[in-house]
Design a binder for this molecule. Structure first.
Ligand code: DNO
Length: 406
């Protein structure tokens, strides 16, 4: 059974159209009701209308199916009150449950979400130029320290970093003009596509302060509290949860991080043991840590693998990385793909109906005509198309080789 090829679509304002997605060969759409404020219920009506839009072309005299299915929600954001375990969290959890039930009624089978505090995915450079002129996303640790210690001037941050890195960051900060500093600030805190929050410098510091008494242990408890409430509802509603790992998979700004390793996932699965309480194998996020054994994670935790984001990263010497093309870099994409296909075949043998795991090529390079267009960083059509085409070829090659059944 082949993987279900999906594509992330940011809604009607996405420069990539549903027809583009169809032409790229995807059959599944991954999207969210980005317009609903964080914390509010996703109503049945809104979901139904968006589903209709994704799946049907109503602009024609006789409406026609587009050949696409809304197969994954990415994401319903988790409200900060829940993440911080504030007294009001039960109200927001109630809303979350209601949204899950409504998603279930629409027959959308997978919900990807994350539990990263304050910031969703984070990069320092959205236009890192590769040798061939393509642009990639990058997390440069020195730039990150420039922001944390010299622009934000977060108290205590200088004690967190090794002195040679701090020294490098200081020199870099001094060599940057105002414009460059502002650009870096915007890149880090103004919100990347899909991240539901964006902040000014003051708001950002205030948000960080709210976490001063929340360590990893406490934060994990807050996640467990949330999961104990929502996972049974997801199970009853037929919606498989797929928690997305921290990106990058280590602490930023001294904030807690609890979804970065295999151990973290084990903790999550132990809170409520069900295939409805699963994860997103984001190879680009987990893969930044050399101590994460991606292939082993799929082999050991595969039954809870509800969604796959496939991309690769290339680590640098200072714990940073840039995004490599899909089959290069540090991720063993062959190994991961083989392990996922073996998991699917296992499911088939026990008649598990979800034996076509949704996957999407994650974050492409900006290439060709897209270099001159306004695109969502990481989500320009041509780069993603290249990634998806490569992954599709890899999958077919593995299938045909018979390696899955050995
Ligand atoms: C970035 C994405 C993340 C992801 C969320 C899931 O490209 O992988 O924004 O959607 O973290 O909730």
């Amino acid at each position: 059974m082949a993987l279900e090829q999906t594509w992330r679509w940011y809604g009607p304002n996405d420069p990539v159209t549903l027809q583009d997605i169809r032409q790229a060969g995807a059959t599944g759409v991954v999207t969210a009701l980005h317009e609903i404020p964080n914390g509010d219920v996703w109503g049945e009506k809104e979901l139904e209308a968006r589903k209709r839009f994704v799946e049907w072309d109503d602009s024609l005299i006789s409406p026609k199916k587009r050949g696409l299915t809304w197969s994954v929600i990415e994401s319903i954001p988790v409200h900060e009150e829940i993440k911080q375990g504030k007294p009001n969290r039960d109200y927001f959890i109630q809303n979350y449950k209601q949204s899950i039930q409504n998603v279930g009624k629409m027959g959308i089978p997978v919900l990807c979400y994350n539990f990263m505090p304050v910031v969703d995915w984070t990069r320092t450079n959205l236009n890192f130029e590769l040798d061939d002129g393509a642009r990639a996303l990058m997390f440069d640790m020195i730039d990150f320290i420039v922001f944390d210690t010299f622009i934000l001037r977060r108290k205590g941050s200088d004690e967190l970093y090794e002195s040679h890195l701090l020294e490098k960051a200081k020199q870099r900060f001094e060599s940057m003009d105002r414009e460059k500093r502002y650009e870096l600030e915007k890149t880090i805190i103004a919100g990347l596509p899909g991240a539901e929050e964006s902040y000014s410098l003051e708001q950002f510091q205030a948000k960080l302060d709210e976490y001063k008494d929340i360590d990893d242990g406490q934060y994990r408890e807050n996640l467990a509290y949330f999961l104990k409430e929502i996972a049974p509802v997801a199970e009853q509603s037929g919606v498989k949860l797929a928690i997305h790992p921290d990106d990058p998979p280590f602490s930023l700004f001294g904030l807690p991080r609890v979804v970065s390793t295999e151990k973290d996932l084990e903790f999550i699965f132990n809170v409520y043991d069900s295939i409805y309480n699963g994860f997103t194998m984001c190879t680009g996020s987990f893969g930044v840590r050399p101590d994460n054994d991606l292939v082993g994670m799929v082999q050991r935790l595969g039954s809870k693998l509800n969604f796959a984001h496939l991309r690769s990263t290339q680590r640098d010497e200072y714990k940073g990385f840039h995004e490599a093309s899909h089959l290069r870099g540090d991720v063993d994409m062959y190994g991961v793909m083989l392990a996922i296909l073996k998991e699917q075949s296992k499911r088939k043998s026990v008649y598990r109906p979800d034996d076509s795991i949704p996957m999407r090529a994650d974050h492409g390079h900006t290439i060709l005509d897209d270099l001159d267009k306004k695109t969502n960083p990481g989500y320009s059509a041509i780069g993603l198309l290249r990634g998806m085409a490569e992954l599709r070829g890899l999958e077919m090659g593995i299938e045909k080789s018979g390696a899955v059944y050995k």
